[in-house]
Design a protein around this ligand. Structure first.
Ligand code: BG6
Length: 480
């Protein structure tokens, strides 16, 4: 039932979010090539592999399992899944295109028709149900050939391959997709370059030199995508996508406040400053001097970046992070690719991610104060163990509580004056977790019968949260 007292604007874009590599499966079908996610093993060891040097980017079935290969088989079951999204009342569905379905190796000259046709079918199915797609162009799934033969985004040559990919999908889907985003959680590469930049830092390598040069290549590539999108689809909007985690000082010790501010600038704002304002910020020069970073910036790069800034900011929010200049081992906590100290005021999820709905209101206000462009919450949710009851139901009240409090914080931010386009809950259907390659870390409103040991029928079941979210959407956020 639609009501009038809602704090959410009437055209608010409610929906859910996923990424191709974490759910499509069909990793060898339709001429798809291998991507970085296809070689990442499942299980908690994935985090260690993501962090350490020396990963060989090979598949080793004797040692590891690869849950992303089958995912939840969206490749064959998309009709059933989209019908369930429609039943919840989704206005939008955030998904990504697998670059390797379109250019299997990344460096071909012509796109793969089978891959293009697959997404035509998905977009048509969404439209049939009145759901608008929101598409991430690159979500942790760089073609493996570009990783192995070019060193990932270290190489400037990759910009040209990305441009070809972008032109192919913008031209093909210009009548079907009106919301785009360039690189998922672009800033996450500061700590974990492997997933989005396609390389891990080798022991002899200068970490910051490689990462900030790769960022520069991505900024140029992102601006090329923004320019092409505005030219090819004038009525579309294209955003950047940031991992947003407000960074709190542990206490009022000015040293800790300054430390948190510096961390916040280089992690939370650096990419946004370039992609939204179109300029390298002044503090970057100080950071580069301190860490001996010299960027190779070619003629025309800075003008391109300045003239092609994004229309909106897509962001993920799961937790805040608390920082202190001198950290003791026993105070530390890890979560969402971040390391900080424990915040005494917050509880953490089973994966150590500190739950902080007020942090969402803070980050929304901070981003809007700084940039004054619309914000789109394209990821938020709780990764939790779910229990299948004897009667077949899943009573996920903890997930409802998490989302309820974060949507209440979103409503508060709207009242604060922040312009928010929409909310797409992460992993609206259970999928493979990105950082740990597990099925058991579930985010969905829809349960998928698939377990960490590979067993399961892939049957879909509606959780309690499915009915709750349906009511939230129907009441435009009034019934939280
Ligand atoms: C974000 C990513 O970091 O968080 C998603 O964009 C990811 O791909 C999500 O799945 C949740 O993280 P995880 O590790 O719990 O899957």
């Amino acid at each position: 039932m639609s009501t009038t007292n809602s704090k959410f604007p009437k055209d608010f874009l409610w929906g859910g979010a996923t990424a191709a590599n974490q759910m499509e499966g069909g990793f060898h079908e339709g001429n798809k090539g291998l991507n970085i996610a296809d070689v990442l093993p499942g299980g908690k060891q994935r985090l260690r592999i993501l962090k350490e040097p020396g990963f060989n980017f090979e598949i080793d079935h004797d040692k590891y399992s690869y849950p992303n290969h089958e995912g939840i088989d969206f490749y064959h079951r998309y009709k059933e899944d989209i019908a369930l999204f429609a039943e919840m009342g989704f206005k939008v569905y955030r998904m990504s295109i697998a670059w390797t379905r379109i250019f299997p190796n990344g460096n071909e000259t012509e796109p793969n028709e089978e891959g293009l046709a697959f997404y035509d079918r998905v977009f048509d199915e969404l439209h049939k149900h009145g759901i608008e797609p929101v598409v991430t162009i690159s979500h942790y799934e760089m073609p493996l050939t570009l990783v192995k033969e070019y060193g990932g985004w270290r190489s400037r040559e990759v910009i040209g391959f990305f441009e070809r990919y972008v032109n192919a999908i913008l031209n093909r889907y210009k009548d079907k997709v009106k919301y785009w985003m360039t690189f998922n959680e672009i800033n996450s590469a500061l700590h974990f370059p492997i997933m989005s930049m396609g390389f891990s830092i080798e022991s002899h390598e200068d970490k910051y030199q490689s990462i900030f040069q790769a960022f520069h290549h991505q900024f140029v590539a992102s601006s090329i995508a923004v320019k092409a999108c505005h030219e090819i689809i004038p009525d579309a909007q294209i955003g950047c996508m940031l991992l947003a985690a407000p960074i709190y000082p542990y206490d009022s010790n000015p040293e800790n406040v300054m430390f948190a501010l510096e961390e916040e600038r280089i992690f939370n704002y650096y990419c946004g400053d370039v992609q939204v304002r179109g300029e390298y910020p002044a503090y970057a020069n100080t950071f580069f001097k301190k860490h001996n970073v010299t960027l190779d910036i070619r003629e025309g790069d800075l003008e391109l970046i300045k003239e092609n800034t994004v229309d909106y900011i897509g962001l993920s929010y799961y937790m805040s992070s608390t920082q202190k200049k001198n950290k003791l081992e026993e105070e530390m906590i890890q979560g969402n690719l971040l390391e900080g100290v424990k915040n005494p005021y917050l509880q953490a999820s089973d994966w150590g991610w500190e739950i902080d709905p007020v942090g969402l209101r803070i980050v929304l206000n901070n981003l809007y104060d700084r940039y004054q462009v619309p914000l789109f919450i394209v990821e938020n949710g709780l990764g939790a163990y779910d229990k299948l009851e004897e009667d077949g139901s899943i009573q996920d009240d903890y997930r409802i509580e998490y989302l309820r409090s974060h949507l209440a914080a979103t409503a508060d931010a709207i009242e604060d004056g922040v312009e928010i386009m929409g909310f797409t809950s992460w992993g609206c259907i259970d999928l493979v977790s990105a950082s740990t390659g597990e099925f058991s870390k579930r985010y969905g409103f829809i349960y998928v019968d698939k377990q960490d040991d590979g067993s399961g029928t892939l049957e879909r079941k509606k959780k309690k949260s499915f009915y709750w979210y349906k009511d939230v959407i129907a009441s435009n956020g009034e019934n939280l």
